[in-house]
Design a protein around this ligand. Sequence first.
Ligand code: GLN
Length: 489
Amino acid sequence: MTELCDLTGAELSAKLASGAVSAVEVLESSLGRADAIDDRVGAFLTRTPELALERAEELDVYRATGAPLSPVAGIPTALKDVFTTNGVRTTCASLILENYVPPYDSTAWARLSGDGAVLVGKTNCDEFAMGSSNENSAFGPVHNPWDPTRVPGGSSGGSAAAVTAGEAVWALGTDTGGSVRQPASLCGVVGLKPTYGLISRYGLIAFASSLDTVGTLTRSVRDAATLLSTLGGKDPRDATSLDGDRLDYTAGLDDGVSGLRIGVVAEASGEGVEPGVRAAVGAAVDRLAALGADIAEAHLPHAEYALSAYYLIAPSECSSNLARYDGVRYGFRAGGAHADSIAMMSETRGQGFGAEVKRRVMLGTYALSAGYYEAYYGQAQKVRTLIIRDYETAFEGFDMLVSPTSPTTAFPIGAKVDDPMAMYLNDIFTIPANLSGMPAISVPCGTDAQGLPVGLQLTAPVLGERTLLRAASALEADLGLDLRPPVLA
Ligand code: GLN
């Protein structure tokens, strides 16, 4: 049976506006779902039911005055645990921040909360957002609601799982190399990574600053557009935030794909793509053609170097960003007597960080060190420029590009933990949009032979969100998938 917590944000917002339901009823439905299933899913690191109830009650009082409501008002919302939330613990799924309670809100959360969204909790993720399976969390894995023996994807795995299972109506994640789109794909929800700089990173705990992007996990494309409309727009607190006011991204959402030129990325259809993924994406591309899009083959000749460039740039930036966790200023400090401050810092970092974070800090420190900088970091930046040029050339002939989001569907927990290279390959199709800053979206497009969801990725030129959302919405409407995971049965 469909409950309130299974509806989309747009459906709930209409019910709240008409008075058919109260914000407290909507909230209780989401809280009840999380009470019933989160021990099997493990989406949350911190739940905030009391705070949420206070907010929902306030909102119902406000609603009773008949004042106009924002479309995010009263919607149960989850945040990946890398967004600072004033007074609510924010861990980055790391022991080093296990007890960190920020004294301020991230801009992304401040904007949603200012418009009346209701925080139901902070979601599990890979430690400092480094990973593709959520298995790098210091607090244990998240289980995919489609099959609890499988990963939900990562690093925003808890956010994707919470939305899939009805524990939150929507959630924020972050996407540095695919961490919103890949879990969205593996869980059967919509994942939007907007243009770099469109959503402020203020209060987003940094991983790789030139790649980090706030993104959304939702049950519909319309909800992604609604959230972006609230989250976008200049923020003076983030120097990389783009100029411009908040825009309404729901405008033109139903305009269809007729006449849009869509390029199928040839480099993303070859080996390594599971047959079930290839079949579902191929069938969806046929539907786009049937809806009137012009489909042809496109090329990103340097895409094959994207993964290598990413795994130099991201660890380099990570090694510099994570230098601040030294036991002096924030979070955990190793106990016992220390010979000197260097010993204190190295014991703190040795005990506080997990294996993947240490691997990246070491790789990044090495790549940035004198004598190697040009050979590694410098070369990777040149590859990044070539990839940007690939996109610019492709977008001379196409309005957007299409590919699978991920080469595979959800894989078993434990299957890739001992093989970093196999894990890194999950993001082979998502990383190019981070290196180039282009907006991209993952939309569910079907299931494989095992009944696991498959995601299709659309990528548009910088600030092409409107076209991107319009095409995604047309595909979603045409496919009419009803993706309800078995955990809800
Ligand atoms: N899986 C990629 C990584 O491990 C991407 C992570 C992300 O987007 N935060 O770095």
